[in-house]
Each structure stands twice: as structure tokens, then as C-alpha cells.
Design a protein around this ligand. Structure first.
Ligand code: CAA
Length: 414
């Protein structure tokens, strides 16, 4: 039998540094985030003070090298942090995830040295907030199909950007954004400088006309649109952004004209591991609350945890949490291997996100059910966990898109 990448034995070392990080993040999350989570969920206010504190702790750029203002740690450190922060409050973990995965990673992997120095440091250090903008009102899952445009000016010094982007996490407060838009009027160039107008083979799409830009939101022509009123992760601000003749210097093209789609997808692979960890954290919080309640709540003369119907729920919740954790660890190993040898870990990241987000839906629902009426009340955090878990099946690729990605790989399709 030939062993494929996934059937090879796995190992992931938890170092003393990881243990120390975990203890510090857990302590911070329990002391400073958990007590304010319900209040910020209710008001929808952006928790800027605790976000700044996460920055001071090095959590806003965990995997970024210290030379660029980051903590210089690895993906396991990021995952452990995401789980602990999400357990206390999913909104905080969303802000953290976008800053780390979607904003910083793209610049680290595709930026020039000058771009890394200028664009990673303020965001990885937590002084400024980063965002990532791919989605548009008419393109979500079909990310290659955009209406916004960037056109090179006659002097060749700036791209003039126009268009509307939607569902941009942290946009109401973001200082810097990695933006993906079409440069249709500027055919993509190969690394040797030759012009390529090769249309994409998939349905005539032109993924090769998408370019990534580094956007300073303080520039003229950048407008923040309406903030979305959301079901969950209500303290993580999400809004539209509008570009009206925004002039972006050519030096702020990330990774080359026409490279945007690949950058967006490469970055999402990493982001999806973070969202899997977020989902796992939300599930763990709900599960731990259910355990306490099952031990304490009396019905028919005994603690409800003594009844088999509750025990079955507990067993199924715990099993899904641990299966999800194993998939996340598998994805981390695949990612570290990919970064070392240039392979992809797209499928492993999708499996982790798919499974953990669906496990979070199951676990938060069953935990709420175990609490009965109390679970439905805003007196307890169960209904917030239930609402917050819902987004993990939608953003950074819906469950349907994760299944598509996994199945395409298995079937050798594209
Ligand atoms: N890494 C590197 N390259 C990749 C890639 C990946 N993970 N996935 C695809 N590509 C490359 C392909 O190899 C192909 O390259 P060539 O043209 O050189 O052959 C090119 O990109 C096009 O690929 P596909 O033909 O597979 O493209 P597609 O149009 O069929 O789309 C898709 C594929 C998987 C459906 C993709 O569009 C997708 O992931 N959609 C979901 C988008 C998404 O997750 N959106 C969420 C936005 S972020 C967010 O949620 C907001 C927030 O702030 C949190």
C-alpha cells in the first residue's frame, strides 16, 4: 500500500514556549475578555481596548517574524491562541484571526522586503488594525468574479480604484487593508515582463486579471459603508467599503499584477485553520458549560448528567470536539510541511474548517438544549455561543465551498 500525505503518522510538538503562551492567553481571556463579552455582544461596540491589549501581548501578529513587529511563533501558537480567545469571546477571535491570517500572512508571503517593513509592523504589533477584502455584493463564493476595477493612470504611477466591497471584517476600524480587485484593463504580466491575457479555462473566467493591493484607509477616495447588523460575532465590526477614484501607488501592488487570486486563495488556506480553531473554541466553551450544568441541575431526583439521554449528548459533543482538534493538528502539520517544500495544504485546511464549524453548530445546539430554558435566556452565554458559531460555516468559505475543495482534490478535478 502506498502511503499518501494524510496516512503518514503525525506528530506535533508542544514546547515550553507554547505552554507559557497558552497559560498567559488563557489567563488574559478569562480575566479581561470573558467578563465583557456579553456587554459588547449586546451593544455591538468594537472592543478596542482589549484588542489593543492583545496587541501588547503579541497576539495580533503571532506568526510574524519579530523583525516585522510580530511574536515570531508558529501556527500551533496561533491555533492555541485562537481557541482560548474564542472560548472567551468569538468576536475578539475574529478580529485577531483577520489581523494575523488574512492581513499579515499575505504580505509576509508575497510582499517585497520594503512592503513587509512598512505594512506588517504596525498591524502585527497591534498599533493598527488590518483587514482583507475579497467579497463583493455580487460575488462571495465565486470569488474570481468581481465588478470592482483598478486602472493604471497615464503616468503609470498609480492604480485608480473604483468599486464596492462587502462583508469586510474589521473594516470600520481598519487602518490598512489587503484588497483584491480586477485590473482588467491592465493585462497580467509574467515574471519576465511579457503580457499574458490568457483567460482562465474554468468557464472563461479571468482569475489572472485579479490583483492584490495594499490600501491605506486614510487615503482620499476610501469610504466606509454601512456596518452590517449581524446575528453573531456582533462586537467584530463588519462593513462595506467603497472606492471612489482611490489612487493607489504602483509600489503598493502585492505580489505582482494578476497574482491576486492565487494570493487570496493561499492566504485563505491559512485563514481556514484559524476559523477551525475559532469554531473549536466556541464549541469547547459551550461544552464546558454543559458539563457544569449536567452535574448541577437536578431533575426527577438526580443530576441530569446521570441520565443516559444527557450522557449521549456529552459523549457525542466531546467526540466531535476531539475529532476536530485532530483535524486542526493535521492541517497544521500539512501547513508547516507546505511552507517548507512548496506543496499545498488546501484540502487539510478545508477539512478542519468544515468539520470544526459543523461540530460547533452541533455542540452549541446540544449544550443549549441541555440547559433547557436557561440556555435560551440571555442570562447565560449559551445563546451567544449558538449565534456566534453560525458564521464559521459561512465566512472564509462556506461549508459547501469546503466540500467542493475537498472533493475536487479527491477526484482530481479543478
Ligand atoms: N492556493 C493556491 N492557488 C489556488 C488555490 C489555493 N488554495 N485555489 C485555487 N488556486 C488557483 C488554481 O490552481 C488556479 O490556478 P491556474 O489558473 O494557474 O490553474 C486558479 O487559482 C483558479 O482556481 P479554480 O479554477 O479552482 O477557481 P474557481 O473559480 O473554481 O474557485 C474556489 C475556486 C475554491 C471556489 C474559490 O473561489 C473559493 O475558495 N471561494 C470561496 C471564497 C471565500 O472563501 N470567501 C471568503 C472571503 S474572506 C471572508 O470571509 C471575510 C472576512 O473578512 C473573514
Amino acid at each position: 500500500m502506498v502511503l499518501n500525505e494524510m496516512t503518514r503518522p503525525l506528530s506535533l510538538a508542544m514546547t515550553e514556549e507554547h505552554e507559557m503562551l497558552l497559560a498567559a492567553v488563557r489567563d488574559f481571556a478569562v480575566r479581561e475578555i470573558a467578563p465583557i463579552a456579553a456587554e459588547y455582544d449586546e451593544s455591538g461596540e468594537f472592543p478596542i481596548d482589549t484588542v489593543r491589549k492583545m496587541g501588547e501581548m503579541g497576539l495580533m501578529g503571532i506568526e510574524m517574524p519579530e523583525a516585522y513587529g510580530g511574536a515570531g511563533m508558529d501556527t500551533l501558537a496561533h491555533v492555541l491562541t485562537m481557541i482560548e480567545i474564542a472560548k472567551a469571546d468569538a468576536s475578539h477571535s475574529t478580529i485577531l484571526s483577520v489581523n494575523n491570517s488574512l492581513y499579515c500572512n499575505g504580505i509576509l508571503w508575497f510582499g517585497t522586503e520594503a512592503q513587509k517593513r512598512e505594512w506588517i509592523r504596525p498591524v502585527a504589533s497591534g498599533e493598527e488594525i488590518g483587514a482583507y477584502s475579497l467579497t463583493e455584493p455580487m460575488s462571495g463564493s465565486d470569488a474570481g468574479n468581481m465588478a470592482s476595477r483598478a486602472v493604471l493612470n497615464e503616468a503609470g504611477t498609480h492604480f485608480i480604484i473604483n468599486g464596492r466591497k462587502s462583508w469586510v471584517t474589521s473594516a470600520p476600524f481598519a487602518d490598512r487593508i489587503v484588497l483584491f480587485t480586477m485590473t482588467a484593463d491592465n493585462p497580467p504580466r509574467s515574471p519576465d515582463g511579457s503580457v499574458s491575457t490568457r483567460p482562465h479555462s474554468n468557464g472563461g473566467k479571468t482569475h489572472g486579471n485579479i490583483t492584490a493591493f495594499l490600501i491605506d484607509t486614510r487615503g482620499p477616495g476610501f469610504i466606509r459603508g454601512k456596518t452590517e447588523p449581524k446575528l453573531g460575532i456582533r462586537a467584530s465590526a463588519t462593513s462595506e467599503i467603497i472606492f471612489e477614484d482611490y489612487a493607489c501607488p504602483v509600489e503598493n501592488v502585492l505580489g505582482g499584477v494578476g497574482q491576486g487570486f492565487k494570493i487570496a486563495m493561499t492566504v485563505l488556506d491559512a485563514g481556514r485553520i484559524g476559523i477551525a480553531a475559532q469554531a473549536l473554541g466556541i464549541a469547547e466553551a459551550a461544552y464546558e458549560a454543559a458539563l457544569v450544568y449536567a452535574r448541577e441541575r437536578q431533575a426527577f431526583g438526580a443530576a441530569i448528567g446521570s441520565y443516559q439521554m444527557i450522557q449521549q449528548k456529552i459523549a457525542d459533543m466531546k467526540t466531535r470536539i476531539e475529532a476536530g482538534r485532530a483535524l486542526i493538528y493535521q492541517a497544521i502539520i500539512a501547513k508547516e510541511r507546505a511552507l517548507a517544500n512548496g506543496t499545498r495544504y488546501t484540502s487539510e485546511a478545508s477539512m478542519a474548517k468544515l468539520f470544526c464549524s459543523e461540530a460547533a453548530a452541533y455542540v452549541t445546539d446540544e449544550a443549549l438544549q441541555i440547559h433547557g430554558g436557561m440556555g435560551y435566556s440571555k442570562e447565560m452565554p449559551l445563546e451567544r455561543y449558538y449565534r456566534d458559531a453560525r458564521i464559521t460555516r459561512i465566512y472564509e468559505g462556506t461549508s459547501e465551498i469546503q466540500r467542493l475543495v475537498i472533493a475536487r482534490k479527491e477526484l482530481g478535478l479543478r
